[in-house]
Ligand binder design. Structure first.
Ligand SMILES: Nc1nc2c(c(=O)[nH]1)N[C@H]1C(S)=C(S)[C@@H](COP(=O)(O)O)O[C@H]1N2
Ligand SMILES: [Mo]
Length: 217
């Protein structure tokens, strides 16, 4: 298990000052924090979708926010970690490690895309996503998607816990760390606090409940 507080922030020695070396990195890095930084908790923070969580998961094409749910947060055993106010998305390369809270991600430039989720189980539904370009986050740690990335979910087990994303997705301008769908904060069952969304990528690889993204190569 890698999502306990003590498990976070031990692997990074990144210094935020190095973000000032380029304007782009400084711009994006300013609201991020070097791994291990103290997190300010938001009092009264709400967790969209927690109330509506359905243990069995609607597989009949209906789901929250007009989008089917393949695997619910409850069945993936991520509810506690995904709603933990200390959650931070960790992004790393061999050069440096950074992390962002959901609020910090929301303060970065947001990109909107219309992209479908296409599930091998036989449904495909288009949705309007918004979030931060993966490219932009990789740039902050001095990386690119040119060699692909490894994407890790908060999920403690299961086939889609860790997946590799090739350069055709990792380097694509429409590939987002999505924070909202169809005009609302991501429902917990759709991957709150953040999920991957990439064009022309099988649904199985649109990782929900992001934990960590690591630059390969
Ligand atoms: N962490 C994680 N992400 C996941 C899955 C999963 O089981 N675990 N299922 C995938 C599958 S098979 C599909 S089709 C999409 C469905 O996304 P949705 O439930 O938001 O519609 O999420 C993908 N992301
Ligand atoms: Mo799927």
């Amino acid at each position: 298990m890698t999502t306990t507080e003590s498990g976070r922030g031990r692997d990074g020695s990144a210094n935020q000052n190095s973000a000032s070396r380029s304007g782009r990195r400084a711009f994006l890095g300013i609201v991020g924090a070097a791994t291990g930084a103290v997190t300010v908790l938001t009092v009264g923070q709400s967790f969209p979708g927690l109330r509506g969580t359905n243990v069995f998961g609607p597989r009949d094409g209906k789901g929250p926010q007009g989008l089917p749910v393949n695997k619910t947060a409850a069945s993936a055993e991520v509810v506690a970690d995904a709603t933990d106010p200390r959650w931070r998305l960790r992004v790393g390369s061999s050069a440096r490690q950074m992390s962002w809270s959901r609020q910090e991600l929301l303060e970065l430039p947001q990109t909107e895309v219309d992209l479908p989720i296409a599930c091998v189980e036989g449904w495909s539904t288009s949705a309007h996503w918004s979030g931060v370009r993966l490219r932009d986050l990789l740039a902050v740690v001095g990386g690119t998607g040119a060699d692909g990335v490894q994407v890790r979910s908060l999920q403690p087990r299961g086939a889609y816990r860790v997946v590799d994303m090739g350069p055709e997705f990792a380097d694509h301008e429409a590939t987002l760390v999505a924070l909202a769908v169809n005009g609302q904060p991501l429902d917990l069952d759709h991957g709150y606090p953040a999920r991957m969304i990439a064009p022309n990528r099988p649904g199985v690889l649109q990782t929900k409940w992001l934990d960590r993204i690591e630059v390969l190569g």
